[in-house]
Design a protein around this ligand. Sequence first.
Ligand SMILES: C[S@@+](CC[C@H](N)C(=O)[O-])C[C@H]1O[C@@H](n2cnc3c(N)ncnc32)[C@H](O)[C@@H]1O
Length: 146
Amino acid sequence: MTTVHATLGRVAERLGAAGCATPRVEAELLLGHVLGTTRAELHGASARELGEDDERLLEILVSRRERREPLAYVLGEWGFRRLSLRVDPRVLVPRPETEIVVERCLGLVRDCTRPRVLDVGTGSGAIALALADEHRGARITAVDAS
Ligand SMILES: C[S@@+](CC[C@H](N)C(=O)[O-])C[C@H]1O[C@@H](n2cnc3c(N)ncnc32)[C@H](O)[C@@H]1O
């Protein structure tokens, strides 16, 4: 059994060797995902020991990331504005700059109480879901050809 502290060091080293640009942050995200904790909570739990199931799952996820599978697909979720969206290789990982698209849309419908919105090519649903979350009166249709 190893501790959170030792595991983070080991995983970060592996991810760094595999060419990941921010290995420590990624190690924290992967271990946090396995343990069901946030990165902040991990810092207060450095002496916690991992169980066998945790170690097994972490190994699978780290191996996938070492093969340079996108982190969002390995985690199966990705943050977008106030939401955590489920993602897998069938959809584009929502991009930070797409959050600005949502900001612009919210500006356009700011004065409408019941705006109608059409999101064509919704993919993960990032834009439609964020708009629904941040403008409770919006009536939103989201479509995708895939
Ligand atoms: C680059 S992704 C963008 C996904 C999402 N809007 C985002 O920002 O994360 C483009 C999406 O448009 C969809 N798409 C492409 N052509 C389309 C069409 N003619 N009608 C509907 N969806 C389409 C694709 O299947 C894909 O999911």
